[in-house]
Design a protein around this ligand. Structure first.
Ligand SMILES: [Zn+2]
Length: 150
């Protein structure tokens, strides 16, 4: 599972994400572990909250000088991709089962505050299962402790 939030940068041809805790994730290598897998994918610019229209890209834009997305010219469009399908690289994209292709343009994230989440469907199902088991355990525990206390 890939879950990174921070400022996206381009370093030596690699896209990195500098997170608040100081760690830097390399996006391409993190994502490559999921190539060929059926994934749920989400990536978007993260504006500062509350929205501040005096800031470039509502605060998500860290570009010095001209932003390729026009944030320096008052454009407030935030890049946002969500997709469900098989992850491919060269170029990064999600191919859905209806044949549609959703491009993943990492360049649009560079020098912007952003968030990316990508998990394989099997990972998500395992998470869902363990969450359901935990919920069942908590329920039986609270039922058990109630009857035990009476
Ligand atoms: Zn920008």
């Amino acid at each position: 599972m890939v879950l990174l939030e921070g400022v996206f940068r381009q370093q030596d041809g690699k896209t990195t994400v500098a997170q608040d805790n100081g760690s830097v994730g390399t996006l391409d290598s993190a994502l490559s572990t999921l190539v060929g897998h059926h994934v749920q994918f989400a990536m978007h610019h993260v504006p500062t909250l509350p929205f501040d229209p005096t800031k470039r890209g509502l605060g998500s834009c860290c570009v010095e000088g001209k932003c390729p997305l026009g944030h320096d010219e008052g454009n407030f469009d935030l890049y946002n991709v969500t997709a469900n399908g098989v992850l491919h690289n060269d170029p990064w994209r999600i191919e859905a089962f209806d044949g549609s292709v959703q491009p993943i343009d990492l360049n649009r994230m560079v020098d912007h505050m952003g968030r990316i989440a990508c998990a394989s469907i099997t990972e998500l199902e395992k998470l869902r299962e363990s969450a359901a088991q935990l919920t069942a355990q908590i329920q039986s525990f609270s039922i058990g402790s109630k009857t035990g206390g009476e």
